[in-house]
Design a protein around this ligand. Structure first.
Ligand code: DX5
Ligand code: ZN
Length: 224
């Protein structure tokens, strides 16, 4: 019996704003902007300064923001040891936790632990990691997150060489009649989003372009 939040309930293709690209002096205004577009899901990047050379938010920030919003909270853990912090994110009630296949986490037990806590789970993959490494885990995940830039910062250029990897995992999904979602994250605007959709991605994460009033509309129209 499935206890954790199902990602099947979301539309077939969905624009997911990344809070990292919003106003860090007024995070709540970013959530309200997302809600004003009737979008149900927010992506929150968590960094440790080791796995990636940057820092961002922690569980306390998430707990505070969740008091003001009914959005689905997706945390993307860019951490060397995600397994040590997962319990804290569970405790504040996030809905989806993704961690990296390149991290030091014991993958099987971390996936299982997150599901046992009634939380959806994703496995993230850096641009240079062969997608074959994901295949053994596809039956245990709700989402595969393809990084389409090197993780750590907003505003980088989309890496086209990730597209064939997305397509190969989408084919495995189709052949296996599986229901995990395929997310893309990094350098997403209307042009790159269209390529990702064509390759088989369905969760389209965007920081810089969503929070840019000029770039937002074409992206939003493409995914509406
Ligand atoms: C990068 C993060 C992304 C980031 C995307 O490490 O994982 O979620 O917010 O930002 P853009 O859309 O500006 O590349
Ligand atoms: Zn992210």
């Amino acid at each position: 019996m499935i206890h954790w939040p199902s990602l099947k309930k979301f539309p077939k293709k969905l624009l997911v704003p990344s809070l990292l690209g919003g106003d860090h002096g007024n995070l709540l205004s970013s959530l309200k902007l997302i809600e004003s577009y009737q979008l149900p899901w927010v992506h929150v990047d968590i960094m440790d300064g080791h796995f990636v050379p940057n820092l961002s938010f922690g569980p306390q920030t998430i707990a505070a923001l969740k008091q003001h919003s009914f959005l689905f909270f997706d945390v993307h853990l860019m951490l060397e040891h995600p397994e040590t912090l997962v319990p804290y994110f569970i405790k504040v009630g996030v809905d989806l936790i993704s961690f990296h296949i390149e991290s030091q986490a014991p993958i099987a037990s971390t996936l299982q632990y997150i599901h046992d806590q009634y939380c959806a789970v994703g496995l993230a993959c850096n641009p240079d990691t062969p997608e074959e490494q994901l295949v053994p885990w596809l039956r245990q995940v709700d989402l595969i997150l393809f990084m389409t830039v090197q993780p750590g910062f907003c505003g980088q250029a989309f890496l086209n060489n990730v597209l064939p990897k997305i397509a190969r995992i989408a084919t495995v999904r189709q052949k296996g009649n599986s229901s995990f979602r395929i997310a893309v994250d990094g350098g997403i605007d209307a042009v790159s989003a269209e390529k990702c959709l064509a390759a088989g991605a369905d969760i389209i994460i965007s920081g810089t372009s969503f929070f840019d009033p000029v770039k937002r509309d074409p992206l939003q129209q493409l995914l509406s």
